[in-house]
Write a protein that binds this ligand. Sequence first.
Ligand SMILES: [Zn+2]
Length: 246
Amino acid sequence: MLKYDSYYFQCPNCHAWLEGRNLKAEMVNQSILYSDGKVLNDNLITTRQKMIMCPSCGHVFWVENPEVPFITYEKPEAEIYSWNTWRFFGISFSDNKGKLALINHYKTFLKKSHYEPKNEIYLRRFLWWAYNDLHRNHQHVRLKYLLNGFMSFGVWHENRKMILEGEKLFLKNLKDFNENLKRLLALLEKHPEEQIDLEVPEIYRELRQFDKAKELLDQVGSRTHFTNEILRHSKWKDSRVFMVTG
Ligand SMILES: [Zn+2]
């Protein structure tokens, strides 16, 4: 049984048809939440891609609300660009090169034009997540993950190499990472309606302003596993993104 509902929409410039997908929530086996707010359902990001680059003509456009009549659930009688051709601009993430390519896409978009705050927040949040993707599953480098039998030695070893290399690339780009986070933080503080969950204290933690992160978390009314975990990592003075549940 298909785990997706496909929908279709057209590029406003060249009218090429693109296929979009909605994951069927009731069929998800595994959901993972990371401290930066990124959620993966069966390894796929759940946050919708709002900025699209047409795979046919390269035109960049925003899809704020994918609703009828802009989209249709009827498969059109035309050539259709599949989801993979435009999703994350067609990039493959099997290695760090793909991850860097995504970072560069967002950086170029941000440099190219001026966006209204809501859209700039969207782009900077995705840029933040893209940087974090370089070392997102850092806990997997530990021998424990091999010994637990989650992965074969070959897979674990290759994966470990990629994450350690990713960590180096992350540190090399740390200045840009911090600049993006500071700008995102300023925008989110000015537009609190755009904030997601605990992202403001998490940004302070990732900027190594642990006391400020703790101060904000202490003000959160009801403690959850999520709040406690960010607090714990702030106390350790650990600024790396981590898996909250999964
Ligand atoms: Zn087009």
